[in-house]
Design a protein around this ligand. Structure first.
Ligand code: ATP
Ligand code: MG
Length: 252
């Protein structure tokens, strides 16, 4: 059975996609069969691993509406053990089209059920909202990783996120746990980063990953080359930090 981790925070631009791509790649080169599922119509994770959205016939959307089986959605990446289910803008339609359908929160879980034996880890990249797509990801996941950008309003909105987690645990997915809080774009030179780290520790005792992701230019550049950081600049501080995160997760 695969262990499924959803990467979610309704706040935009906090490092969800960067974490999804690079954690998935780091797990894959650690010889874990890994599937990255892009659950965001923005499709940044899809292009971030080098998939040309114009050149594909199907995306997650077609699986979610039942037109194609999960197996035929899976694409190869440059890393042999890393596969991806791509997204495209049409995924926006899922929310509207499923509005009145019962069981709509379980669509992704059901879609991925047949892939459980083929992977060790499934990583779900969520959009910046608590929409039906994010609820689907949280329902399909064993654990949730919450990236927290080290900036002033970092903890704002976390109350709402925790409420959503509780609601999902009660109604849809009792096994969902918080895998951890990941501090991203950490800058050791600023008081603010240390302050956010301290606040996060207080808010989520014992849940903050020891690994912090530094603000690193190479991490920002890699997506424009369609490469995970470890293929773009394996020696960078960003690459090392995502290896350390994968290690922390593998050791649990
Ligand atoms: P959205 O909510 O829009 O999906 P997101 O939470 O997925 O955004 P990312 O796309 O991962 O966030 O990151 C936002 C921007 O910050 C991107 O341009 C990304 O390249 C950059 N970025 C992410 N992490 C880092 C980092 N550690 N150092 C430098 N730049 C980073
Ligand atoms: Mg994103």
């Amino acid at each position: 059975m695969a262990y499924t981790i959803c990467i979610a925070n309704q706040k935009g631009g906090v490092g969800k996609t960067t974490t999804a791509i690079n954690l998935a790649a780091a797990l894959a080169v650690s010889e874990k069969r890994t599937l990255l599922v892009d659950c965001d119509p923005q499709a940044n994770a899809t292009s971030g691993v080098g998939i040309d959205k114009a050149a594909i016939n199907h995306s997650l959307y077609h699986g979610m509406i039942g037109h194609v089986g999960a197996e035929s959605l899976v694409l190869d990446t440059e890393i042999e053990t890393l596969k991806v289910i791509p997204a495209r803008l049409e995924l926006i339609g899922f929310e509207v089209e499923m509005m009145a359908t019962s069981g709509r929160e379980q669509t992704l879980k059901n879609l991925l059920a047949g892939l459980q034996d083929a992977y060790d880890y499934i990583i779900l990249d969520c959009p910046p909202s608590l929409s039906l797509l994010t609820v689907n990801a949280m329902t399909a996941a064993d654990a949730m990783l919450i990236p927290l950008q080290c900036e002033y309003y970092a903890l704002e909105g976390l109350g709402q996120l925790l409420q959503t987690i509780k609601r999902i645990q009660n109604k849809l997915n009792p096994r969902l746990v918080i895998a951890g809080i990941l501090l991203t774009m950490f800058d050791t030179r600023t008081n603010l980063s240390h302050q956010v780290a301290e606040n996060a520790e207080n808010f989520f005792p014992e849940l903050v990953f020891r690994t912090q992701i530094p603000r690193n230019v190479r991490l920002g550049e890699a997506p424009s080359f369609g490469k995970p950081i470890l293929l773009y600049d394996a020696a960078s501080a960003g690459a090392r930090s995502y290896f350390a995160l994968a290690d922390e997760i593998l050791r649990r």
